[in-house]
Design a protein around this ligand. Structure first.
Ligand code: ADP
Ligand code: MG
Length: 482
């Protein structure tokens, strides 16, 4: 006759299977649930046997919810799940028995005498002294990764190519590339957190057995101080040394403070590095500019690869906007996207902010998203942060005005209308931005500062003497200020 525990477990499995959907779910089911063997049911507690410690941790880490629901649904609200772990032969022949209610709320651990007696599967017939790992529940690690910051929605551009591809390589072979540590640095809102998180997720996809952990440096420091207070510093250190891929976000936070936290991290870093475990770090400054960090630690950061995230160029900004819109199921006219992409050039977070406000505005006031609405919105953004018109945007307005392709400004051509457009761009760039002559020249076809100066003089002269030209200037200026 079929055992009751088998029936109960089969029912749970049915529920679990229904709740793990898609190809991924199917794989997860086959990998993590098929190998489980039910071994005991006492009317309230179902005991399942899992093949290893790791297996147990993985289940608790990733499938605690679905397991809990399955048990509760099948057996009622007070039901418990208990794991029985079969230790690796090399460690011991005995099964470890521990009881983890999948809620995590209670934590009864079976004493040896309570050990399930019907564990005798897989020819493991003799279990003289089942024992308990003290504190086993503590090992549950939540990777703290956010599922929305993935690599596939991290738009690639010139500005992040190196960092992104190094990140991918690291995810493929954590700890086995020269990029250890991988240090991602760059200004605020340029995607450090997103990319670091995405590398973590990608690593888990390639290597489900690995333990990935994301922490902010602030959290790390807090934990370290708490551990010191509670006398659990060595637990703290052990915990971190167990991790396969450690991601620490924003370590500039430690600059000029937390000398002891840095010291602790330094030791963890060394242990992990020696064991070929991967370390990923983000910071708003390059290692060489990170002042106030302990010298020893700072020099470690230079061992691997420091990859910079730069502000995205206009094309990447456009792609990012389009992607965000795709994700949110929003449609907007192209000119609106262009307008935002050209005008908000500081960082991706602001770009997103502008897009979100625009969508909010339009839905609140039941207005279509038009270029006018975008202008008002961006104006607010621009004014509120005192942002100036960009050279990119000036180029665009001037080229649109004369109906010439925007890249002609960059070209070598000496055609009169192009030369004129280029000169006007330089003139307005000088007038309306804080950029130096050299920078303006660089962005307008790689010219030197003398050329820019000459252009400004020429335009000023023509404005005085040439009626047509002066009209153009007025009209373009109006568009730029619009
Ligand atoms: P940082 O940590 O450097 O301050 P974040 O990673 O928090 O920046 O990025 C800010 C926002 O911009 C996030 O919402 C992120 O998803 C988005 N973002 C940044 N770079 C990209 C990119 N290349 N593609 C898509 N979204 C991006
Ligand atoms: Mg960040």
């Amino acid at each position: 006759m079929e055992q009751e525990y088998q029936k109960v477990w089969d029912e749970c499995l049915g529920f679990i299977r229904d709740n793990l959907t898609g190809k991924e779910g199917e794989n997860a089911f086959a990998t993590w649930f098929k190998p489980i063997v039910p071994v005991k049911f006492d009317g309230n507690t179902l005991t399942i046997q899992v093949p290893s410690q790791f297996f147990y941790e993985w289940l608790e880490q990733n499938y605690a919810e679905v397991l809990k629901d399955a048990i509760r649904l099948t057996l009622g609200p007070t039901a418990c799940l208990q794991y029985s772990i079969v230790m690796d032969k090399s460690i011991s022949d005995s099964p470890i028995t521990t009881s983890i209610p999948s809620t995590g709320r209670q934590s009864t651990i079976n004493r040896a005498k309570d050990a399930p007696m019907n564990l005798n599967r897989n020819d493991r017939t003799d279990f003289p002294n089942p024992f308990v790992i003290p504190g086993i529940q503590k090992i549950r690690i939540n990777s703290q990764l956010s599922s929305s910051y993935t690599l596939s929605n991290f738009v690639e551009g010139e500005c992040n190519r190196l960092a992104r591809s190094a990140g991918y390589a690291v995810a493929e072979k954590p700890g086995k590339t020269a990029f250890n540590p991988l240090m991602l640095h760059g200004g605020v809102g340029l995607g450090k957190t997103h990319l670091a998180n995405a590398i973590g997720l990608q690593t888990k996809e390639f290597h489900p057995e690995m333990t990935v952990l994301y922490v902010t440096s602030e959290q790390f420091m807090q934990q370290y101080m708490d551990a010191g207070r509670n006398g659990t510093t060595s637990d703290f250190v052990h915990f971190y040394e167990m991790v396969d891929v450690l991601i620490v976000d924003d370590i500039q936070f430690w600059a000029n403070r937390g000398a002891r936290t840095q010291e602790a991290f330094f030791h963890i870093f060394n242990t992990l590095h020696q064991a070929n475990k991967q370390i990923i770090i983000t910071s708003d400054k390059a290692p060489s500019e990170l002042q106030g960090l302990e010298t020893r630690l700072n020099s470690r950061l230079k061992w691997g690869l420091a990859a910079e995230l730069l502000p995205p160029d206009v094309e990447t900004r456009m792609n990012i906007l389009k992607q965000k819109m795709r994700n949110d199921g929003v449609v907007m006219p192209d000119d609106v996207i262009e307008y935002i992409a050209y005008n908000i050039n500081t960082n991706v977070r602001e770009l997103e902010g502008a897009l979100i406000s625009l969508m909010a505005q339009s839905s609140l006031n039941h207005r279509d998203i038009t270029i006018d609405l975008a202008r008002q919105m961006v104006d607010k953004f621009v004014k509120s942060t005192n942002r100036e018109v960009t050279i990119d945007y000036i180029q665009k307005v001037v080229c649109d005005y004369f109906n010439i392709p925007i890249d002609s400004i960059q070209s070598k051509t000496r055609k009169r209308e192009i030369v004129q457009a280029r000169q006007l761009t330089m003139y307005f760039a000088k007038k309306m931005t804080k950029s130096s002559l050299a920078i303006i020249g660089l962005q307008c076809g790689n010219k030197d500062h003398a050329t820019v100066l000459h252009a400004c003089k020429t335009v000023a002269n023509l404005a005085e003497t040439d009626k047509q030209f002066s009209l153009w200037i007025d009209e373009i200026e109006k568009k730029l200020k619009d």
